[in-house]
Design a protein around this ligand. Structure first.
Ligand code: PBG
Length: 315
């Protein structure tokens, strides 16, 4: 009997569990569909504002913004990422002016959208990602994003020491109020494929030197200890579906809120199978999210956030 099952369910999804990742593209007059993510677009500044308002009405808790600069603005250092008038900074101001504090406004803190080589950091003379030089860029980025109105910054580049450097940079400008959501366990993943289209990534090669190896679990607990010691306010596991064991371990040991990111490839798989009539789309979406909550995520970043919240509100 449905009422009985509902009464005894151990895991519930609530709109407030959900955070919407959203892309905003510079210099476009209309939203641009993302081929591998049917239903997801690169927003114009204007449609992003509308998506934020819709997210508030649906009752989700947050939005995570990713900026997509004009190609001509990409360079080796990713300077558009620290330009106060860069696309992400403009979008942060837009969204804050639209929704104020009704939504937690988060910003992706990473260079890959802005570098012409597509890596998450700057490169050394041999073309390798230079961890410490990248930290200096992240510090500046955190300050610029805080100035633009981010409530939370989300460092997704997996550089060693990034959380401490970002925390210090924010405190130095008196922004102790801006929280840091650390991408603590971020695995190198084939499931990021559609995202690379979503942000028009220039990456050739891979991120295996700075993202975690899918074969390893214990490393995540070490990353967790480091991020907490450096001052992370919240931690995240990413991707979500293929890493539920990691999520469960992290959730068990962390004494801060734990998020999971249901990423582009997880989205694309369900949408593609549903389009072919091979799967019940809505049921698969709800099951995938319930599994992520059950494994221990307090918050879930999902491209279905607004849609699912609307469905939950209908009961
Ligand atoms: C890197 C970043 C990635 C995603 C979010 N931030 C891609 C990567 O590491 O290559 C992926 C998100 C998704 O696939 O939905 N800044």
């Amino acid at each position: 009997m449905p009422a009985l099952r509902r009464m005894v369910a151990e895991t519930r999804l609530h709109p407030a569990d959900l955070i919407l990742p959203a892309f905003v593209r510079e210099g476009v007059a209309e939203p641009v569909p993302i081929g591998a993510m049917p239903g997801v677009v690169q927003h114009t500044r204007d449609t992003l504002r509308k998506a934020a308002v819709e997210a508030v009405s649906a009752g989700i808790s947050g939005i995570m913004l990713f900026g997509v600069p004009e190609d001509a603005k990409k360079d080796a250092l990713g300077t558009a990422g620290t330009d106060p008038d860069g696309i992400l900074q403009q979008a942060l101001r837009d969204v804050r002016s639209e929704v104020g504090d009704e939504l937690v406004v988060m910003s992706d803190l990473c260079l890959d959208e802005y570098t012409d080589h597509g890596h998450c950091g700057v490169l050394d003379a041999e073309g390798r990602v230079d961890n410490d030089a990248t930290l200096e860029r992240y510090a500046e980025m955190a300050q610029v994003q805080a100035d633009a109105g981010a409530h939370v910054v989300g460092p997704s580049g997996m550089m060693d020491g990034q959380i401490g450097v970002i925390r210090d940079a924010l405190d130095t400008i008196g922004r102790e109020d801006v929280a840091v959501l650390a991408y603590t366990a971020k695995y190198t993943s084939a499931f990021y494929g559609p995202f690379r289209e979503a942000v028009g990534s220039s990456l050739r090669g891979d991120r295996k030197t700075y993202q975690q190896d899918p074969a390893n679990a214990r490393e995540s607990l070490r990353e967790l200890a480091l991020d907490l010691a450096e001052g992370a306010d919240m931690v995240m596991v990413k991707p979500a579906g293929p890493y539920l064991d990691i999520l469960a371990k992290v959730a068990e040991s962390a004494d801060v809120p734990v998020a999971a990111y249901q990423i582009s490839g997880e989205y694309a798989m369900i949408e593609a199978a549903a389009e072919k009539g091979w799967i019940d789309r809505d049921a698969a979406i709800m099951e995938s999210l319930t599994g992520i909550r059950r494994a221990g995520a307090r918050m879930i970043l999902t491209y279905w956030a607004t849609e699912v919240a609307q469905r939950l509100n209908r009961g």
